[in-house]
Design a protein around this ligand. Structure first.
Ligand code: RB5
Length: 151
């Protein structure tokens, strides 16, 4: 069973609540990295980075990071070595990002994407598997080299 994490700042707080409920109802094991209460003054790095580190360490397999636009969550998640995060707003990218690019953190904008579409995107993300063809592996090796060269 895939182990998941979810994190959100105030801009993603309500969408996180909805998705967490749906994921738990669907039987997923999911760790909530907060925010645990709505705080308009919280900062997305404080919520997203602990979850991204858990993905990078293999403690969880995939993460969902939410802020108001999804942009800040995506920017900071990608600062963690080994994270391949993308801001997702469409169904195709939600699964193709995993199939081709091994996306391990999906970012959403709580003020951009409605809960019904967000749930569809989450299901597409979780249902997808990295396809592992040679050209995808080759590209990811080059991505990983950037991590190493810029540390
Ligand atoms: C809200 O503070 C907003 O700036 C934040 O949630 C996020 O959208 C940043 O990218």
């Amino acid at each position: 069973m895939m182990r998941l994490g979810i994190a959100a700042d105030h801009g993603g707080f309500e969408l996180k609540r909805v998705l967490l409920d749906k994921l738990e109802t669907a039987g997923y094991k999911i760790k909530d990295f907060g925010a645990h209460q709505l705080d308009g003054g919280d900062d997305y790095p404080d919520l997203v980075v602990p979850m991204a580190l858990a993905v990078a360490k293999g403690e969880i397999n995939r993460g969902i990071a939410i802020c108001g636009s999804g942009v800040g969550a995506c920017v900071v998640a990608n600062k963690v070595r080994g994270i391949r995060a993308a801001l997702i707003t469409d169904h195709f990218s939600a699964h193709q990002g995993v199939e081709d690019d091994d996306m391990n953190v999906m970012c959403l904008g709580g003020r951009i994407t409605g809960s019904a579409l967000a749930w569809d995107l989450v299901q597409a993300f979780l249902g997808a598997r990295f396809q592992g063809s040679e050209r995808y592996v080759r590209r990811l090796r080059k991505v990983a080299e950037v991590d190493k060269k810029t540390e």
